[in-house]
Each structure stands twice: as C-alpha cells, then as structure tokens.
Design a protein around this ligand. Structure first.
Ligand code: AMP
Length: 284
C-alpha cells in the first residue's frame, strides 16, 4: 500500500469508515513527530497486530504550558514522512491546529486523582488534560482497535489507560518498552536540544535510575532508601537540576509503604533548559 497523508479530520474519518466496512483492524500510533526509533518501535508493534496502521503527527498546543517549548519543539515533516513510509505506515494523520481546535472549541477530558497529581503534573499543570483531550479526539477520528504508547512516558500511558477504562472506550491500549541509545539514554525528540556536553551529562538520568533498581535487586525494600540513592546520584551531577524523583506503585502511582509488586522508579531533570524524563518499571 502507498502511504497516504491526511490533514483533515473529516477525511480521516471517511477513510476509517471504509476500512471498518472491509473488516480491517486499525492500529493508531499517536506522536508529535520528529520521529526516532522509539516512535518506530510502536509502528512495528502496530503492524504486527493490525491490518492498517495510522500514525498521527500533531504537536498538540493544549499539552504545553505557557512557558514551555511549543514554538521551539523540533519539527521535520519531510523526514518524518520518509521514516513513516519506510516503516510501513499506511496513513499519516497530520492535522493543522485550527482543524483540531476550531474557534469555539471548549471541551476537555480530565482524569482525576493520584495518576494526575504527582510526577509530571506538578511541574506541568494542565499537561495531562491536554494529552487526554487530544488522544480522545484522535480515538474518535481514527477509531482504532488498538492504540500504541511508549513506556518512556509511563505516567501518560497510565492516564490514557485510565481514561479508556473509565469511558468504556472500545479499544486496547498497548504500552511498548523504552527504546534507548546504546549508552542507555532514552530516545526522545527533545534530545535534539542537547549540546554534546549536555548529552554527556544527561546520562546521569538512566544511570541513577539503574542504581536505584540495582538496590532493589540486591534486596532493598525501603522506598526512602531507593529514592535517596537516585536523588543523591542525580544531585552529584552539578550541571543538572532535579525536577522530581518518584518511587511508587507502577500501576496506580500511589505511595508505597514498602517495595513490593509493580514498582516504578521515575525521574525528571533539567539539563540546561531541556527537561528530560525517564523511568524503570519492575515487578518486585
Ligand atoms: P511523542 O512524539 O514524544 O509525543 O511520543 C509519541 C509516542 O512515542 C509516545 O507514546 C511516547 O511514549 C513514545 N515514545 C517516545 N520516546 C520513546 C522511546 N524512547 N521508547 C519508546 N517509546 C517512545
């Protein structure tokens, strides 16, 4: 199939209706573009499980705060389309802002509670409402059987899963493993902001989380001890600023009395002006 680029929501819905009539299953991979192997790993998984793959590329203004990097967010549509085509994406849905949020747009979807009260919610108020709103719109437009998200954004995946369950959305949410550089840094479109010195410094993020994980593997069960280990290792790198370090329940993000069951080690740091996140999920 030749990949088709669709920029209009109504047109996308018509194409989707055609696929549904033919009984084809649809996989959706939502992205903000500037594609890398992390995004493409979601496409590969979608291709292995669905008849047709739709990738959305949309830098969603609703999920950026007023002082965040919406305008500066890296964009390279031509390169993105070439990568999507090579990976076997069938449709790229790339709407313009005015089509997603026309004049008078006034409805948002909010997941309440612990899932949106800690971690990235603290430094990015309103972020997850922007995410759930755009993802809900994408679900309505593309009507996927399965939608693919990366564990890289662990909190986002849990929030979307919650929304899908709470609103009885007739689709499956699939979470895919974090794709990393060979030295361990998680791939992210925002890595493009890093100077070579910052790129070197950024490695402290995965290294510190690994140190926390190693403590647990060696038998540590005290939450504070593991959180302190990660925090201290991050703090030892003077060139970064810690946003948060969280050691919590890997499914609900609730605080833990001790390390048992699904556990998430997560952190966000500023390297220069670039905010990076990473996490490790483990069953204890
Ligand atoms: P973004 O374009 O950053 O909004 O990301 C689009 C999707 O790709 C989200 O579901 C992300 O979690 C996922 N993703 C981003 N980076 C990675 C990575 N390094 N490994 C796996 N998935 C990723």
């Amino acid at each position: 199939m030749i990949m088709e680029v669709v920029s209009n929501a109504g047109q996308m819905q018509e194409i989707v209706m055609g696929m549904r009539r033919q009984g084809l299953s649809i996989g959706l991979v939502p992205t903000m573009g500037y594609l890398h192997q992390g995004h493409l790993s979601l496409v590969r998984r979608a291709r292995s499980e669905c008849d047709r793959v739709v990738m959305s590329i949309f830098v969603n203004p609703l999920q950026f705060g007023p002082r965040e990097d919406f305008a500066a967010y890296p964009r390279d549509p031509e390169h993105d389309l070439a990568l999507a085509r090579d990976e076997g994406v069938d449709y790229v849905f790339a709407p313009v802002k005015e089509d997603m949020y026309p004049k008078g747009f006034n409805t948002q979807v909010t997941v309440e509670g612990a899932l949106t009260e800690k971690m990235c919610s603290r430094s990015r108020p309103g972020h997850f409402r922007g995410v759930t709103t755009v993802v809900m719109k994408l679900f309505q437009i593309v009507q996927p059987d399965r939608a693919y998200f990366g564990q890289k954004d662990a909190q986002q995946a849990l929030v979307i899963r919650r929304m899908a369950t709470d609103l009885n959305l007739p689709l499956e949410i699939v979470t895919c493993p974090i794709v990393r550089e060979t030295d361990g840094l998680a791939l992210s479109s925002r890595n493009a902001y890093l100077s070579s010195e910052e790129r070197r410094v950024a490695l402290v993020l995965p290294r510190s989380l690994e140190a926390g994980r190693d403590l647990i593997i060696k038998g540590e069960r005290r939450v504070e001890r593991v959180r302190d280990e990660i925090t201290e290792r991050l703090a030892a790198e003077r060139a970064i600023k810690v946003d948060y370090v969280e050691v919590c329940d890997g499914q609900t993000l609730a605080d833990l009395a001790e390390l048992r069951g699904p556990v998430l080690l997560a952190a966000a740091v500023y390297v220069g002006r670039t905010r990076l996140i990473d996490n490790i999920y483990l069953e204890v």
